[in-house]
Design a protein around this ligand. Structure first.
Ligand SMILES: NC(=O)c1ccc[n+]([C@@H]2O[C@H](COP(=O)([O-])OP(=O)(O)OC[C@H]3O[C@@H](n4cnc5c(N)ncnc54)[C@H](O)[C@@H]3O)[C@@H](O)[C@H]2O)c1
Length: 266
């Protein structure tokens, strides 16, 4: 089978570079082009020494000259809608990892994917362990009435609480069909974190951390902790590769990796 032709949007960023290294190791994929607003050269040397691929700040140029089947995006939320409009117009599938996309934009992306018959996967978290942690938390939340989330990230992370913590809390409450029980005392104290659906979310920001989350659930005489830790950006790569393989077979928007992993919504 021919390898899937992939271009990377946001190629000079931290995730873009990790992705290009991973694509070079993947026999089923071929990196054919790269785009980044910061690009100053017209070719990007591949990290495995196998050659170069065209690089440009202009996505349109890369789509025309490199003919990718899939563009993978790790850039900024502002860049996503122009990318989606252009790629869907050109018949190119998309895998989007950029976080912070507004709900209205996600609806618009869904509409464009359907209208143009293209496959788009948006996954705010490609780490398979994190997807499983959220899945298990949704199940556990049906049986234990109290829950708190501690999320820990590097000190450069801009948002707090993290998108993953907010989605975990909302998904847990949705699966259970009602908010979690809130302790009678301390709910209004500054020290109790952000309140979402009866769950307190605590955010830690420290150098030395990458991305970590612990969901703690409590019942009379017992607690249950579900914890996920990342120690390197390569943790995201198996999820991205899965999304690339699947997006070429699907039409419309797939949000999150759950359905690609065969995880039933808890
Ligand atoms: N989904 C996931 O699992 C996951 C994991 C890690 C990071 N992220 C997200 O991925 C995004 C990138 O993260 P990062 O750590 O690589 O950031 P980064 O700042 O290192 O890289 C972003 C790159 O995008 C480029 N860029 C910005 N605007 C652009 C545009 N209009 N067109 C083309 N390129 C543009 C920048 O020049 C930069 O090189 C963030 O939104 C981050 O939250 C998602």
């Amino acid at each position: 089978m021919k390898p899937i032709r992939v271009a990377v949007h946001g190629a000079l960023g931290k995730m873009g570079q990790t992705l290009i290294e991973a694509l070079c190791r993947e026999p089923e994929m071929q990196i054919v082009g790269a785009t980044d607003i910061k690009a100053t050269q017209d070719h990007l040397p591949l990290p495995d020494g196998s050659g170069t691929v065209p690089l440009s700040p202009e996505l349109e140029r890369i789509l025309t000259t490199c003919q990718p089947q899939v563009v993978v995006d790790f850039s900024t939320a502002k860049a996503v809608m122009p990318l989606v409009r252009l790629a869907t117009e050109r018949g190119v599938n998309l895998v989007i990892g950029t976080t912070g996309i507004a709900a209205d934009d996600i609806e618009a992306i869904d509409g464009l994917a359907k209208a143009k018959g293209m496959g788009i996967v948006i996954a705010p978290n490609f780490a398979l362990g994190a997807v499983l942690m959220m899945h298990l938390a949704r199940i556990a939340g049906k049986y234990l009435d109290h829950a708190e989330i501690i999320e820990l990230h590097h000190e450069r992370k801009l948002d707090a609480p993290s998108g993953t913590a907010l989605s975990t809390a909302k998904a847990m409450a949705q699966a259970r069909g009602k908010p979690f029980a809130t302790p009678q005392q301390g709910g209004k104290s500054d020290s109790r974190g952000k309140q979402v659906e009866g769950i307190s979310i605590h955010s830690v920001r420290l150098p030395g951390l990458l991305a970590h989350q612990e969901v703690m659930l409590g019942g009379a005489g017992q607690t249950l902790s579900i914890r996920h830790d990342t120690s390197g950006r390569e943790c995201y790569m198996p999820g991205v590769m899965l999304a690339i393989r699947e997006v070429v077979k699907r039409k419309g928007l797939t949000y999150g990796l759950d359905s690609l992993l065969g995880l039933e919504k808890a």
